[in-house]
Design a protein around this ligand. Structure first.
Ligand code: ATP
Length: 423
């Protein structure tokens, strides 16, 4: 979807303000949205807080915009899918209490002030009142503007990291993405939460979520990993995890390679940066340690399989691609077994020959598909049976090796069948 233009965003804010007047309900733009607006002058998402029922307001807005609405009553939140492509999150103002450190809070409806109290950093408490009163008003009750000017991340109270240690990871993310720095007392409290092993109490699922967010921001990743190491946060993922110059060099090769592939116009298969980054970081861990890391993050299914087996698979592929006797169909056979992230990692870390093969695979070979199917061979009088599959595979390999063109597939396959091709 196209991005909304600044004037469209302004129009939308006006409509929201008008609606808040009609419904006589207080509506605020809050958090990261205001922070980023002040930092960059741009609004990407609209995070709204309604004093009253956020769901009712979301439905009214959805009706006005003829847009779908999703509500999450257990969290007192809703989303409106704006046709302009804006992401509109609407929450009822909430108060939170933490039954114990590092577990999810209990949430109830509360005032705007209570909603701001539960937030992580002063720069994320900045609020603009959109309505019902006319005119926009910036609400800065916790010194967020000053901290933003001083590029500081400051928590709101001394128990903040104890209540919710995910804030330690959020701190790193905001520091590196926005060029902010933890204010000294906040940093001391973060260090204390790490030392007292409060961060270790996070569930695997919550820790994984933070890793997915942090490692997904590839442009800032090296700075984030250095900072995580410095703050002791990498060790909370696994005591053996650290980030040294070799890790930095490996990561640079990976990120440079992504840029290089992009610059060459090579379209990458769908991949998730956090998986690539985690593999790069886990590169030199022994298998048993890697398994403990995977357990700590609660990785399951394909993620788990990827992290546990990638080193072996990459070694096997690198050896397949080594030497002068490699033909395109052999390279394709080997590389098709790898997941997208493994292909990129191999192209980043392999020697020149391996790199060239992976690039050729990504650019050209993986797009080559047969234009014929078994049906075409049956229509030509072939009898059903396993030979058909084998002949189709051999025909695709001939295409990959450039021995035949797409228009020669059927003749080639029929000829192989006649010769009694067996594989
Ligand atoms: P991003 O640009 O990554 O979306 P954001 O600051 O908008 O950054 P969100 O995760 O969308 O972050 O959260 C929206 C707002 O909710 C934040 O600005 C912050 O005020 C609050 N928030 C999010 N997570 C926490 C948390 N763990 N503790 C306290 N407040 C939080």
């Amino acid at each position: 979807m196209e991005e909304a233009t600044p004037s469209e965003v302004r129009e939308r804010l006006t409509l929201i303000a008008d609606l808040s007047r009609e419904l006589e309900v207080s509506v605020y733009l809050v958090g990261g949205a205001v922070r980023d607006l002040l930092l960059t002058g741009e609004l990407r998402d609209l995070d709204l807080v309604v004093e009253g029922s956020g769901a009712d307001f979301a439905h009214a807005l959805g009706e006005r915009l003829d847009a779908p609405v999703r509500t999450h009553p257990q969290f007192l939140t809703a989303e409106v899918e704006d046709p302009l492509g804006l992401h509109i999150d609407i929450a009822s103002s909430r108060a939170e209490s933490y039954p114990e450190p590092a577990v999810l809070p209990v949430v109830r409806e509360g005032s705007l002030e209570e909603d701001l109290d539960r937030r992580d950093f002063t720069v994320n408490t900045l609020t603009v009142r959109l309505g019902p009163d006319a005119g926009l008003e910036l609400i800065d009750s916790r010194g967020g503007v000053q901290d933003l000017e001083d590029s500081l991340l400051r928590i709101l109270h001394s128990r903040s990291f104890v209540d919710d240690p995910t804030r330690a990871f959020r701190a790193v993310r905001l520091e590196t993405r926005l060029g902010l720095r933890l204010e000294p007392e906040s940093k001391r409290l973060l260090n204390q939460a790490v030392e007292k092993q409060i961060v270790d109490r996070l569930s695997p699922a919550r820790l994984r979520q933070e890793v997915v967010y942090l490692f997904g921001e590839l442009e800032n990743l090296e700075a984030s990993l250095r900072r995580m190491d410095e703050l002791g946060l990498l060790r909370t993922l696994h005591p053996r995890l650290s980030f040294d110059e070799r890790d930095a060099e490996r990561l640079t090769r990976v990120t440079d390679q992504i840029v290089r592939l992009h610059d060459k116009g090579i379209e990458l298969p769908a991949l998730e940066f956090w998986r690539l980054a985690l593999m790069s970081l886990a590169w030199r861990l022994e298998p048993a340690v890697r398994e403990e890391l995977v357990d700590r993050l609660g990785l399951v299914g394909a993620d788990r399989e990827l992290l546990l087996g990638f080193r072996q698979r990459l070694e096997a592929a690198a050896s397949d691609l080594d030497g002068s006797r490699v033909q395109p169909h052999l390279a394709a056979r080997s590389l098709a077994r790898l997941q997208a992230e493994e292909q990129v990692l191999l192209s980043a870390l392999g020697d020149d020959e391996v790199k060239a093969w992976v690039e050729r695979w990504l650019e050209e070979l993986r797009h080559i598909e047969l234009t014929i199917s078994g049906q075409d061979l049956l229509a030509r009088g072939a009898s059903p049976g396993p030979a058909i599959g084998a002949v189709l595979t051999a025909t695709l390999e001939a295409r990959l090796d450039g021995l035949i063109g797409a228009d020669e597939e059927l003749d080639h396959a029929a000829e192989l069948l006649e010769k009694g091709h067996q594989k």
